[in-house]
Design a protein around this ligand. Structure first.
Ligand SMILES: NC(=O)c1ccc[n+]([C@@H]2O[C@H](COP(=O)([O-])OP(=O)(O)OC[C@H]3O[C@@H](n4cnc5c(N)ncnc54)[C@H](OP(=O)(O)O)[C@@H]3O)[C@@H](O)[C@H]2O)c1
Length: 194
């Protein structure tokens, strides 16, 4: 994804937990004559979120696209077997981390001509598909992961409503679902100052 965006002339900033691997990824982009940098970012750590937001402010201040891709799937088990510590840890990344990073980056997104937020949810987080008893996700009713991905979609709608932005919201068909072979849906929004 980073490489594809860099090839479209985006300056790609990779938020990475592991500094060494991040630097190596940035170096790979530059070796291909693509523009990019790696900065430390753990979305469960408010300090690195603040540093990432400072970095954007000090390097132009506008962010065209925020891609909330970071995600974990820590427990694949039905509701009755939910491990509360794994549930909390999952929400720290998949929900609280996404909310915190989005909140920190909103001012920079609003400075861009047509800022966009791409939230990587999952078909497994679709309440419609999950409530279809005969649907394809019968064997994947994992409360921990699926509910955290459903929460991301709710967060997305409410962030735009509360922040006084217009949200051009549509579903995108991206790639193929690895479990079903069917198309995978993800969401995209356009942030504009009202
Ligand atoms: N794979 C699928 O079938 C599938 C289907 C639908 C949706 N998704 C979603 O797509 C996204 C990417 O999934 P993937 O399959 O590519 O998984 P992956 O290979 O495990 O990649 C997840 C990435 O998130 C990063 N990450 C995790 N916790 C983080 C944190 N606290 N702060 C910063 N970065 C963090 C990881 O960093 P490290 O490299 O440091 O570990 C890793 O680069 C996830 O949101 C996932 O839920 C995946």
């Amino acid at each position: 994804m980073a490489r594809q965006l860099a090839k479209m002339n985006f300056y790609v900033v990779l938020g990475c937990r592991d500094e060494e691997r991040g630097q190596a990824a940035g170096e790979r982009l530059r070796r291909e004559q693509l523009d990019g940098a790696a900065i430390p970012l753990d979305i469960t750590d408010e300090r690195t979120i603040a540093s990432a937001s400072d970095w954007v402010r000090e390097n132009g201040g506008a962010l065209d696209v925020l891609i909330n891709n970071a995600g974990v799937n820590l427990q694949r088990a039905p509701a009755s077997q939910t491990d509360m510590s794994l549930l909390r840890a999952t929400y720290e990344t998949n929900f609280f981390g996404v909310v915190a990073l989005t909140k920190a980056m909103l001012p920079a997104l609003l400075k861009a001509p047509a800022g966009r937020i791409v939230n990587v949810s999952s078909t497994l987080g679709s309440l419609t598909l999950q409530s279809d008893a005969r649907g394809e996700f019968g064997g994947m009713k994992w409360l921990t992961y699926c509910s955290s991905k459903a929460a991301v979609v709710g967060q997305f709608e409410l962030t735009h409503y509360q922040s006084g932005t217009q949200c051009g919201y549509r579903l995108l068909r991206l790639g193929t679902h690895p479990h079903s072979g069917k198309d995978q849906f993800r969401t995209q929004g356009t942030v504009q100052q009202t």
